[in-house]
Design a binder for this molecule. Structure first.
Ligand code: ARG
Length: 464
């Protein structure tokens, strides 16, 4: 029997079963986390006198050698050893002899795999935070170059009120800031150590879980061994945070697609981020934002997939839980690609400021400001709103925008109108006037930019 657990069996495993139950084809991604966890575990075993110190040292060196060999691509992972844990244990025994068999003292694959996943999720969470920061930096840069760029702001995808393009871009900055906060907050819970829970009930050996936790830089150990081996909340949380992040990326992508269409012509994506059509030579397709939008589906799918895997499981470990891996690997891969493309795509897009301004000058998006004008002259807002409705209708019938109506025409709607109405209706003034906190007024947007840059600096400080 070549299996590490073969003693109780009288027959070889069916080949199809072996292949079906094996996870080595994908969980080899966890090789370094597995070795890191094992080194901490064996160090603790040695320190506690559970195995002789020399044995612990030998095992540790053996594990390091294996890590080097994996790094150098010199090892072959075998399906017959099922998963990364048993592949490495087998390699260890081959490397240093039977003493390698002492590594698994006082632990089980159940607390081992959970620990590997914690280490992995912690690592990729930090990677995501860094990648999100790069996108935020690109947004801030574009925003800085567009603090005077006026564009139509929309609700219901109908022109609503003019805004600054910088303001629109910064909206995404804050979405990403919350994404980062969510990822960063989740590390608190990822930092619980399962190792030492054994298969489900703890262990008879006098282990020191606090010490292992310290060696692996976790903040605490799971207080309940059943929970320790059954919990995948931290994976779910990562997938949920990733899903919200992808929602934001998808919305921004959708806007870039719309803005770069012939109908809008607000931006042009750099040639290096677009692709052509095999039949229509004139086409320049926004494939990248389209794929970012499309790949959002698989990220949601991975979240729903794992939620569904876990929902009916009795305590403690069940083999179903092996299904926690491919989904998160795929999500990490998808986010990694998305964030790495998004930052330079934002940085290299051309903003067609004139087209944006023309759009604002040829619509009724300054209508609210006439209402506000009458309100400052003492009219209740509701009455003002009704009057402006009539003016807009009149304008549409006369094919004139609000700046093109004469003062006599205005006066037929209300005696309160005077020459100063024209200054109020200029798009620049319309934007400037929205000077409430968080508004699109120039002053407010500059303040927002400052706040955003402070946030970016703080992240750098945290990492230092
Ligand atoms: N490959 C397994 C997984 O990913 C490791 C844990 C196996 N434990 C067990 N009792 N079969 O979940």
């Amino acid at each position: 029997m070549s299996k590490l657990w073969g003693g109780r069996f009288t027959k070889e495993t069916n080949k199809l079963v072996e292949e079906y139950t094996a996870s080595i084809s994908y969980d080899q991604k966890l090789a370094f986390e597995d070795i890191e966890g094992s080194i901490a575990h064996v160090t603790m075993l040695g320190e506690c006198g559970i195995i002789p110190k020399e044995d612990a040292d030998t095992i540790q060196k053996g594990l390091q050698t294996i890590a080097e060999k994996i790094q150098a691509g010199q090892v072959e992972f075998l399906v017959e050893h099922e998963d990364i844990h048993m592949n490495i244990e087998k390699m260890l025994i081959d490397e240093i002899g039977p003493v390698g068999g002492k590594l698994h003292t006082g632990r089980s694959r159940n607390d081992q795999v959970a620990t590997d996943m914690h280490l992995y999720v912690r690592k990729v969470t930090n990677e995501m935070i860094e990648l999100i920061t790069k996108v935020q930096e690109a947004l801030v840069e574009q925003a800085k170059q567009n603090v005077d760029t006026i564009m139509p702001g929309y609700t219901h995808l109908q022109r609503a009120q003019p805004i600054l393009f910088a303001h629109h871009l910064l909206a995404y900055f804050w979405m990403l800031e919350r994404d980062k906060e969510r990822f960063s907050d989740s590390i608190k819970r990822t930092n619980w150590l399962p190792l030492g829970a054994g298969a489900l009930a703890g262990t008879t050996f006098p282990i020191d879980r606090e010490r292992t936790s310290e060696l692996l830089a976790f903040s605490t150990v799971y207080p309940n061994s059943l929970d320790a081996v059954s919990d995948r909340d931290f994976v779910l949380e990562f997938l949920a945070n990733a899903s919200i992040l992808m929602t934001h990326i998808s919305r921004l992508s959708e806007e870039m697609i719309i803005w770069s269409s012939q109908e809008f012509q607000f931006i042009e994506l750099d040639d290096s981020f677009c692709t052509g059509s095999s039949i229509m030579p004139q086409k320049k397709n926004p494939d990248v934002p389209e794929l970012l939008r499309g790949k959002t589906g698989r990220v949601y799918g991975n979240l729903i997939g794992l939620l569904t895997v876990l929902k009916g499981l009795p305590l403690a470990y069940n083999k179903d839980m092996q299904e926690d891996k491919e989904g998160i690997f795929d999500t990490v891969n998808t986010l990694d690609g998305a964030l790495k493309l998004l930052a330079p795509m934002i940085a290299t897009m051309t903003v067609k400021q004139e087209n944006m301004y023309n759009a604002v000058s040829n619509d009724y998006s300054n209508a609210t400001d006439i209402a506000d004008y009458l309100v400052t002259k003492g009219l209740p807002f509701r009455e003002a709103h009704a009057i402006i409705g009539q003016i807009v209708l009149y304008g549409i019938q006369q094919q004139k925008y609000l700046l093109q109506l004469s003062i006599d025409e205005y006066k037929t709607f209300s005696p309160l109108f005077e020459e100063d109405i024209y200054a109020v209706l200029e798009p620049k003034h319309v934007v400037e006037a929205r000077n409430s906190i968080g508004g699109t007024g120039h002053q407010q947007v500059l303040k927002q930019l400052e706040l955003a840059e402070e946030k970016l600096e703080n992240v750098l400080l945290d990492q230092a």
